[in-house]
Write a protein that binds this ligand. Structure first.
Ligand code: NDP
Length: 390
């Protein structure tokens, strides 16, 4: 019987919800590329309930305990003597979320003598040292596509919020004010602007599709070009690199994975080549931008706004400079953890565990590391010696 250690974010400050704002969720059977949404044999949770926090337990307790496994759930993941470190020593399976990552460093993987499976309940396994996982024969899997559209929607929301100056205008209302000029002195229309994405994979392409009806000019850069019919349908301009693209753009959105090629891609030099007053949206990974360079670009006016919800480290300390820099629209890594996304990644996690315990293959699209090598989606999207986000 296995010990499953699950690291989730804390419950709401007022306690675990007993009621919800809505009664149901739309049923998503397939993603835009045809991949089916998770298909576990069973599910012991109500879609639309809070599953990603400690008391939500990803809806896994009844399933695991009825089969004799042990489930330990904690949010205490960092620092000496954390519950995660204590419980990891004899855990067979670790489940963690990118929003509240249990950083599986080489030291922790070496200390976890029984560890055989690390599941990311979400997308992005860069909190797991993949070299160490490979060396120790740990399988790594994530729930590919579960929250890609959730993130794309967040990018659209942030793009409009920054360009229209929504957040400060709403704050005026909350503060009891009515100075319209204060609100509109930084407010523009998105229509006619040039918007570019660094990477046009699942999220990047979904962003392009969602922004096309706003009558913007769309740009992208990626390691591979999209099919010609997609470029034509959306009127896309392809650029060989981010450096070639960003000088043309009023809004840039980052949708690439973190790896050595993208780490600190947006540094002083690249930011200086952007149009003065451009907006930058980063929902991918914090380390793709240089933290101080972004802060300085906002202070100097080189950037008119920065938004996204990925930070380093996570959780961000109370004095993280991004909390107080001007003209930002940061959130605490929520874009991929809507209640809608949670239902999908909880179901995907269950599907992975069902396959694992039944000794059946995990879907190729969920696999990152298997059999001592990158595998499935991991073989395409990840590189070894490249887990810098910890
Ligand atoms: P995909 O794998 O579908 O797409 C990533 C794209 O980036 C691929 O087309 C890839 O090309 C391309 N790419 C890789 N390196 C570069 C580069 N140096 N320059 C330009 N393009 C590059 O991933 P998703 O769209 O699903 O996700 C993107 C990232 O978003 C994830 O890696 C993850 O870190 C982050 N994410 C954030 C979430 C959140 O909650 N905020 C949730 C989900 C994901 P190729 O295929 O040729 O390698």
């Amino acid at each position: 019987m296995a010990k499953v250690l699950c690291v989730l974010y804390d419950d709401p400050a007022d306690g675990y919800p007993t009621t919800y704002a809505r009664d149901d969720l739309p049923r998503i059977e397939r993603y835009p590329d045809g991949q089916s949404a998770p298909t576990p044999l069973g599910a012991d949770f109500t879609p639309g309930h809070l599953l990603g926090s400690v008391s939500g337990e990803l809806g896994l307790r009844a399933y695991l305990e009825s089969r004799g496994h042990t489930l330990v759930v904690t949010s205490d993941k960092d620092g000496a003597g954390s519950v995660f470190d204590r419980e990891l020593v004899d855990a067979d399976v670790v489940i963690s979320q990118p929003f509240w990552p249990a950083y599986l460093t080489p030291e922790r993987i070496a200390a976890a003598k029984n560890l055989k499976l690390a599941v990311t309940a979400g997308i992005g396994s860069d909190h797991v040292d993949l070299d160490a996982a490979i060396a120790h024969g740990v399988t790594v899997a994530e729930v590919t596509y579960c929250n890609s559209i959730s993130v794309a929607e967040h990018v659209v929301m942030m793009t409009l919020s920054l360009v229209r100056n929504y957040l400060p205008s709403h704050q005026v209302v909350l503060d009891g004010g009515w100075n319209i000029a204060d609100c509109v002195a930084r407010s523009y229309d998105l229509e006619g602007m040039h918007v570019g994405t660094v990477a046009a994979g699942r999220i990047g392409l979904a962003v392009l599709r969602r922004l096309a009806p706003f009558d913007v000019k769309l740009h992208y850069t990626d390691r591979h070009r999209l099919p010609a019919d997609v470029e034509e349908e959306l009127g896309l301009v392809f650029h060989e690199s981010a450096a070639a693209m960003v000088p043309h753009c009023d809004v840039v959105t980052i949708n690439a994975p973190l790896h050595p090629e993208t780490e600190h891609l947006f540094d002083d030099k690249l930011l200086a080549t952007m149009k003065r007053g451009a907006y930058l949206i980063n929902t991918a990974r914090a380390k793709i931008v240089d933290q101080e360079a972004v802060q300085q670009a906002l202070e100097s006016g080189q950037l008119a706004g920065y938004a996204g919800d990925v930070w380093y480290p996570q959780p961000a300390p109370a004095d993280h400079p991004w909390r107080t820099m001007p003209h930002h629209g940061m959130t605490p890594h929520i874009s991929g953890s809507s209640l809608s996304a949670q239902a999908r990644y909880a179901a995907g996690t269950r599907e992975i565990l069902e396959a694992w315990f039944a000794d059946k293959p995990i879907r190729d699209e969920y696999l990152i590391v298997s059999g001592g090598a990158l595998a499935g989606t991991g073989a395409h999207s990840y590189a070894v010696n490249s887990a810098p986000d910890r």
